[in-house]
Design a protein. Structure first.
Ligand code: ADP
Length: 468
C-alpha cells in the first residue's frame, strides 16, 4: 500500500481524498495555489506545498510543479480528483514515467475511452448500446448527409475530442447539417486542437442515466448500479440520485452489465462512469465515459455502502477489488444537491467572498461533503461549487422529505447559493414524480422568469394607474 499520496486538486474533493487516505492510514500532501493559502482542507493534510498563482494554468494545471512537489515530499502516488488534470492522459503518463502511481486508469485506457469515436467503436463491439450515427470521424460531408438520411433528423454534430458541451450542433435538416459540420469543426479545432467531428441521432426528450463502474489490475470489473442526473442547467448537473427511479429492472440490469463489460474490455483500473441518455421507451444510448471519480459519487456510496475513493486507491496499489458483482446490492435511495455559490437573479453569476454565516444541516441519513465554513473566503478563480448535500433514506419519498428538511436548515450567507433553487426543485411535480427529462430545470427557470417579469410589469402599470 502507498505511504503518501499527493492530491492534485482543491476544495471538497481534496478533503474527500484526505478522508479516504486517513481511513487507509496513508499520509497526504496537498498542492495549493496562492488563492487557497490557509484553506480549510489544507489543515487536514499532513503536508502542503504552494505550486503557483491563483489562475489554474499557473498552479493546478502545472504538471511540472505538481511532479516537483511529489518529488520533494516523497509521495508515491498522485490522486487527480475531478476536473483539472484528471482526464489528461499526458499527465497520467508523466506521473508514471516519473515513478508515481497515477490513481486512475493507465494513460492508454484513458485515451481509448476518452476519445468519443474510439470509445463508441469499442462499445459497439461489446454490445454497450450507442446512438445510431457515423462509425468514424466525418471525412466527406456527403457521407454524413447519407447517414443522417438513414437515421432521420434531428441529428447532432459532435467533436470526437469534445468536452464541456463545446463543438456540438443540432441539425434538423440537410442545410443545417452542412453548416453545423463546418462550424463544429472550427469550434472543435479552436477548443481542442482537433477538428474531427461525427454525427449521431439527437434525442429531444431524454433522461441522464449513468453507471458507476470499478475495475482493477487483475481483469476484474464491476458496476455499482446507476445514478439519474436529469436535473441540469446548461449541461451542468444540479441534482443527482441513485437508483434511477422507475426504470424497468431487466433493462437496468442489462445496461449496467454492458457498462461493466465496456470497462473490462478496455482493461480499465479505477473508477469510471459510463454515461447514457435514456428515452421515454427506456432505450439507452451511450454518451461518453468519464475516466475519473465523479462529483456525484457519494449517492452511489450511500446506496451500496462502498467507499469508491478507497477502492480507487487500493486498486491503484495493485490490490484486487474488495467486492465481486454478487456482493453489491442497493439499499434505499440517495439524493445529492450541489451547493453552488451563484446568484440566480444575475444569470447564476459565481459569488466570491467571505462566508459569514454557515449553519450545516444534520439528522438521520444526512451527509455534507464541503470544504466551506464560516470565515472561509471563496476565491473568484475556481468552480462555484462549495459543497454537496447528500441524503439517504429507505425510499425515494423519504429521501426527498429528508432533503427538504436539510435544505431548510442549511444557511449560508451573505452570498447567494443554489439552496433556494433546490428547495423549489424538490417541490417541482416533475422531480417529485420523476417525470423529468434533462430540460425540465431550464423550462422551469424560463417559466419562473417570465412569471416574475409579468408580475413586475403589472405592478408598474398599477403604480402608473395610481399616479394618473
Ligand atoms: P461533453 O463531453 O461536451 O459534455 P456529451 O457527449 O457528454 O458532451 O454531451 C453533453 C450534453 O449534450 C449531454 O449531457 C446531453 O444533454 C446533450 N447531448 C449530447 N448528445 C446528445 C444526443 N445525441 N441527443 C440529445 N442530447 C445530446
Amino acid at each position: 500500500m502507498f505511504k503518501r499520496i499527493l492530491i492534485a486538486n482543491r476544495g471538497e474533493i481534496a478533503l474527500r481524498i484526505i478522508r479516504a487516505c486517513k481511513t487507509l492510514d496513508i499520509e497526504t500532501v496537498c498542492v495549493y495555489s496562492t488563492a487557497d493559502r490557509g484553506a480549510p482542507w489544507l489543515e487536514q493534510a499532513d503536508h502542503s506545498v504552494c505550486i503557483g498563482a491563483a489562475p489554474s494554468p499557473q498552479s493546478y494545471l502545472r504538471i511540472d510543479r505538481i511532479i516537483a512537489a511529489a518529488e520533494v515530499t516523497h509521495a508515491d502516488a498522485i490522486h487527480p480528483g475531478y476536473g483539472f488534470l484528471s482526464e489528461n492522459a499526458h499527465f497520467a503518463e508523466v506521473c508514471r514515467d516519473s515513478g508515481f502511481e497515477f490513481i486512475g486508469p493507465s494513460p492508454e485506457a484513458m485515451a481509448l475511452l476518452g476519445d468519443k469515436v474510439s470509445c463508441k467503436k469499442m462499445a459497439r463491439q461489446v454490445g454497450t448500446p450507442v446512438f445510431p450515427g457515423t462509425e468514424d470521424a466525418i471525412e466527406d460531408i456527403d457521407d454524413a448527409v447519407k447517414v443522417a438520411d438513414e437515421i432521420g433528423y434531428p441529428v447532432i454534430v459532435k467533436a470526437t475530442a469534445g468536452g464541456g458541451g463545446r463543438g456540438m450542433r443540432v441539425a434538423r435538416d440537410e442545410a443545417q447539417l452542412r453548416a453545423g459540420i463546418e462550424s463544429a469543426r472550427q469550434e472543435a479545432a479552436a477548443a481542442f486542437g482537433n477538428g474531427a467531428v461525427y454525427i449521431e441521432k439527437f434525442l429531444e426528450h431524454a433522461r441522464h442515466f449513468e453507471v458507476q463502474t470499478l475495475g482493477d489490475k487483475h481483469g476484474n470489473a464491476v458496476h455499482l448500479y446507476e445514478r439519474d442526473c436529469s436535473s441540469q442547467r446548461r449541461h451542468q448537473k444540479l441534482i443527482e440520485e441513485a437508483p434511477a427511479p422507475g426504470v424497468d429492472p431487466a433493462k437496468r440490469r442489462a445496461v449496467c452489465e454492458r457498462a461493466a463489460a465496456l470497462i473490462a474490455s478496455a482493461k480499465y483500473s479505477g473508477a469510471a462512469t459510463v454515461e447514457f441518455l435514456m428515452d421515454a421507451a427506456q432505450n439507452f444510448y451511450m454518451l461518453e465515459v468519464n475516466t475519473r471519480v465523479q462529483v456525484e459519487h457519494p449517492v452511489t456510496e450511500m446506496i451500496t455502502g462502498l467507499d469508491i475513493v478507497c477502492e480507487m486507491i487500493k486498486v491503484s496499489a495493485g490490490l484486487p477489488l474488495s467486492v465481486k458483482q454478487s456482493d453489491i446490492s442497493v439499499n434505499g435511495h440517495a439524493i445529492e444537491c450541489r451547493i453552488n455559490a451563484e446568484d440566480p437573479d444575475r444569470g447564476f453569476m459565481p459569488q466570491a467572498g467571505l462566508i459569514e454565516t454557515f449553519v450545516a444541516p444534520g439528522g438521520p441519513g444526512v451527509r455534507l461533503d464541503t470544504h466551506a465554513r464560516a470565515g472561509y473566503r471563496i476565491p473568484a478563480n475556481y468552480d462555484s461549487m462549495i459543497g454537496k448535500l447528500i441524503v439517504h433514506g429507505p425510499t425515494r419519498d423519504i429521501a426527498i422529505a429528508r432533503m427538504k428538511v436539510a435544505l431548510a436548515e442549511f444557511k449560508i450567507g451573505p452570498m447567494r447559493t443554489s439552496i433556494a433553487l433546490h428547495r423549489r426543485l424538490m417541490d417541482h411535480p416533475d422531480f417529485a414524480n420523476a417525470t423529468f427529462d434533462i430540460h425540465y430545470v431550464e423550462r422551469y427557470l424560463k417559466a419562473a422568469a417570465e412569471a416574475e417579469s409579468k408580475v413586475q410589469s403589472e405592478g408598474e402599470s398599477k403604480l402608473e394607474g395610481a399616479r394618473a
